[in-house]
Design a protein around this ligand. Sequence first.
Ligand code: SF4
Ligand code: SF4
Ligand code: SF4
Length: 250
Amino acid sequence: MSKPKVAFFDFASCEGCQIEFTNYGDKAFLELLNHVDVVEFREAMSETTTEPIDIALIEGSFTREADRARLEDIRRRAKIVIAYGQCAATGGINALKNHQNDYLPCVYGKDAGMPHLASQKALPIDAAIKVDYKAFGCPMNKYEVLQIISHLVHGKEPVIPDYPVCVECKRRETVCRFAEGDHCMGQVARAGCDAPCPAAGIPCEACRGFVDHPNIPALKKVLVERAGFSKARAESKANMFTANQLELKP
Ligand code: SF4
Ligand code: SF4
Ligand code: SF4
């Protein structure tokens, strides 16, 4: 039996998720390569394909109408499409620009009018095509992506967590950042990363976005009342990786 064909594609992104994926070097990834055939992966190989593929992993946001045809072509050729990384899954950090008017001159100065900088709102790729699974995170958690691919290769349904990072943090018996006088957004951030940030002594910034039904007013209240944030800082903190999510759920 031939191995499933897997291809990686990128759109508006820093390509950090692709780079993170190349940063494995452990047995689990090498084992995966025994079971799949990677046929396109710009950060790791020069070959490309126009053939049908079994699993397409798409990184980056949909920010230009001109990208729709390429996304549709990938969708037509792929049996399964996975949006991997926060840019592709929700728009991610790119979506901050959706709430700014003057970011182009601010970032690019006199070059702000260059044609390649013209873009629309930063949207998740499911604004353009049907997506079967989402692997959240900025960058995505490579072990979670590995698990999703492994489940698919073995005919199982991948499980994408919809519970908060606090659950994983408690499982690790990490001391809560609030007990250290710090802030944290793990109460509403989507788990699946195994809470590495609080374990390393830094707050969860919700880089995997929020759970499906986050209590945002409660998050802001905690940031103000327990962490001493101003209302404006609590607002912008809650927006960092989730600007599109908050737009949908004020
Ligand atoms: S999700 Fe983060 S790491 Fe991945 S491409 Fe987007 S900005 Fe880069
Ligand atoms: S440190 Fe953050 S993620 Fe961990 S229990 Fe406290 S609020 Fe939750
Ligand atoms: S703990 Fe929070 S910020 Fe850190 S990887 Fe997990 S979701 Fe992202």
